[in-house]
Ligand binder design. Structure first.
Ligand code: ADP
Ligand code: MG
Length: 425
């Protein structure tokens, strides 16, 4: 069966998502491949489908036992033979499972990276007919990533045992630095890299300096048609803003974690079914809510972090139609932000990471031909290297203080751009 037939037969899906088929074809060609897709983008299929097309067994390295068990159960439910070996299992049990991988018809062997250290596992692997090594959550291999797992470094040993088997590394981390590190650590030959853009083309991001946020909110709700979300930082405010919108003739409601479960569910459903047009909520609202036709997400208060903003504003326009993320900020907000970064003391690790990444960032900028007129875009920098904005500002300040770098201008003043998460193009 080819990849499309496998997809239909075992998963019941009619087509691949963007990039899935490119990644699968790259793997089937025998390339070492790095796949960067956002969370929920469908990374599992990128190794599961080609492994089903090919003869032999696929070894999957995964950092979490829960994740492994989940995927194994999932494959089994489709009639596919899969097993997992992780810490805490008995020796005899492991022995039998490994034998099954050599002589049985197991298609997937999930391994925790710690298990790669054991001699018996290594020895048996050399007898297996391995068709692919899949490294899930591959950023764990890099100490520049946010979740470094030292045993992940042992994955490269697999390459000695199985020199001709292609490797597929998968992650949702898009930072250039981690990306290069993964390719180096896994000793990719001629790496094929596939990156799904994290940009949302139909989503316009706007930051408005406005002292009268409520007035501006009315203007937005009046002018942008369709369903919307308004985020505020505390529970009391959700009620106040919802009441204000209602007084002005808009069907609004409020939502926060302090409301009893049944009522929360009802509010959520009413909004989903457009009985309520605008939901005013704390960040308790949104996780797992997939409403495709949200036309605007307004932040009346500064979001917790750039990452949080990307998630929250990203709830607009899932249907691909025009939508807006609007951040309203006034002088008090900018002052609060400034206070926050001035008071946070950076960790040595953070400073090291910022310093190191500054180097490659400058290189990128020069490479792009911007020459000496290099301007530092904090938002872009943080996004590229997966760094928190507040900590980065603190680290930059520290580096300047210690004379490692010179900040010719007040970075903070420029950092207003920092909440424009920005379209990449
Ligand atoms: P990731 O590992 O990238 O976070 P998953 O592999 O867990 O994402 O997939 C997320 C969801 O998307 C799963 O429910 C999966 O079944 C679904 N999915 C993946 N590929 C497709 C596809 N081609 N068509 C429909 N659904 C898909
Ligand atoms: Mg995954």
């Amino acid at each position: 069966m080819n990849e499309a037939e496998i997809l239909k037969r075992y998963w019941g899906f009619d087509s691949f998502r963007p990039l899935q088929d490119d990644i699968i074809r790259s793997v089937l060609t025998g390339n070492d491949t790095l796949a960067l897709l956002p969370t929920g983008g469908g990374k599992s299929l990128c190794f599961q489908v080609p492994a089903m097309v090919m003869e032999g067994i696929c070894i999957v390295i995964s950092p979490l036992v829960a994740l492994m068990k989940d995927q194994v159960e999932n494959l089994k439910s489709k009639g596919i033979n899969a097993i997992a070996i992780y810490a805490g299992m008995g020796k005899r049990e492991i022995d039998i499972l490994l034998d099954n991988c050599i002589y049985g018809n197991i298609k997937f062997l999930y391994l925790s990276p710690e298990r790669l250290l054991s001699e018996i596992v290594r020895e048996r692997i050399s007898y297996m007919n391995v068709n692919l090594i899949a490294v899930d959550e591959a950023h764990c291999i890099s100490q520049w990533g946010y979740d470094f797992r030292p045993p992940y470094r042992k994955i490269s040993d697999l390459r000695e045992i199985l020199p001709n088997v292609p490797v597929l590394a998968l992650t949702a981390t898009a930072t250039q630095f981690v990306r290069e590190d993964i390719v180096a650590q896994l000793q990719f030959r001629k790496p094929a890299v596939y990156v799904q853009s994290f940009a949302r083309k139909n989503l316009g991001y706007v930051v408005l300096d406005d002292e009268d946020k409520y007035k501006r909110l009315i203007a937005i709700v009046t002018n942008v048609k369709g369903s919307g979300l308004v985020y505020v930082r505390n529970r009391r405010e959700t009620e106040q803003v919802a009441a204000f919108l209602k007084r002005n003739g808009f069907a609004a409601d409020f939502y926060h974690a302090g409301i009893v479960r049944d009522e929360r569910f009802k509010k959520q459903e009413d909004w989903k079914q457009n009985k309520i047009r605008v939901m005013v909520a704390t960040n308790a609202f949104g996780m797992g809510i997939d409403k495709p036709d949200v036309r605007f997400v307004v932040h009346l208060d500064l979001p917790e972090s750039l990452e949080a903003y990307y998630q929250e504003a990203g709830r607009a326009g899932r249907d691909g139609q025009r939508a807006y993320g609007v951040l309203l900020a006034n002088k008090t907000d900018w002052r609060a932000l400034q206070g926050k970064y001035e008071n946070s003391f950076p960790e040595p690790d953070e400073i090291r990471k910022v310093y190191h990444n500054l180097g490659s960032y400058f290189q990128l900028a020069y490479g792009a031909g911007e020459g000496l007129n290099f301007s530092f875009d904090l938002a872009d920098f943080c996004k590229r290297f997966d760094l928190g904005v507040i900590k980065t500002l603190a680290a930059l300040k520290f580096l300047e203080h210690d004379g490692y770098i010179t900040l010719t201008e007040n970075i903070f003043l420029q950092s207003r751009v920092l909440f424009i998460v920005g379209n990449e193009d």
